[in-house]
Design a protein around this ligand. Structure first.
Ligand code: AMP
Length: 213
């Protein structure tokens, strides 16, 4: 099964993708994670996109489509969860073609709905484990008092450079201008399933299971 998790920054796509990986053996393909990895490893492309990412703007379609193409060719798994990709109509077209070329398709596009006020609150409270990517939230899921990640035991908590109010405004604007048209695109294709992304992690998980079957 191949699915897209679609929603604004802070909707909880990464958290739910990790749950789907654990429970269904699916593979999360996050272009945000791939780009952050390229930055850390200091590749030319990573250096080129760093300022764009920190400002909250979208990097070019060409770069992210290239990253996804490479991963699709090199990754095996029980289906893919596309997280943060596609974010534009040309990316959506490209994904359809890449999957088709591999004899595959999309089974569902899960739209995660969260209101804007909640997104700002979530994102400014967010941190992750630098080792395994476990996501924490200062209010709802604080970092463990012993300073060690509850998933892997590492002590390397990080906040993303773009998780601040200024960059978030740009990220939200990019979402509404360039990504939200994908809701109509996938609705018209008959792939869209909408879930309420505002609830507790387990409630959202149950809703997603309900629409995926
Ligand atoms: P994310 O981790 O999905 O929030 O992505 C972090 C940042 O990486 C975004 O704000 C963009 O600058 C960039 N990015 C990630 N995925 C894409 C994409 N599909 N298209 C363009 N830019 C992306």
């Amino acid at each position: 099964m191949n699915i897209i998790l679609l929603g604004p920054p802070g909707a909880g796509k990464g958290t739910q993708a990790r749950i789907l990986e654990d429970e269904r053996g699916m593979v999360q393909l996050s272009t945000g994670d791939m780009l952050r990895e390229a930055r850390t490893s200091g590749t030319e492309m990573g250096q080129k996109v760093a300022a764009i990412m920190d400002a909250g703007q979208l990097v070019t379609d060409e770069i992210v489509i290239g990253l996804i193409e490479e991963k699709l060719q090199s990754t095996e798994g029980n289906g893919f969860i596309f997280d943060g990709f596609p974010r534009t109509l040309p990316q959506a077209d490209a994904l359809g073609e890449l999957l088709k070329a591999n004899g595959q398709g999309l089974n569902a596009v899960v739209a995660m709905q969260v209101d804007d006020e909640a997104l700002v609150a979530r994102i400014t409270a967010r941190s992750t484990c630098g080792n395994c990517g476990e996501v924490y939230n200062d209010q709802t899921k604080p970092q463990p008092a012993n300073g060690k990640c509850s998933n892997c035991g590492a002590s390397d908590f990080r906040r993303r450079a773009d998780d601040n109010e200024e960059s978030l405004k740009t990220r939200l604007m990019e979402y509404y201008k360039k990504t939200s048209p994908l809701l109509g695109y996938y609705y018209a294709k008959g792939d869209l399933r909408t879930v309420d992304g505002l609830g507790e992690i387990d409630a959202v998980k149950a809703e997603i299971s309900g629409v995926l079957g």
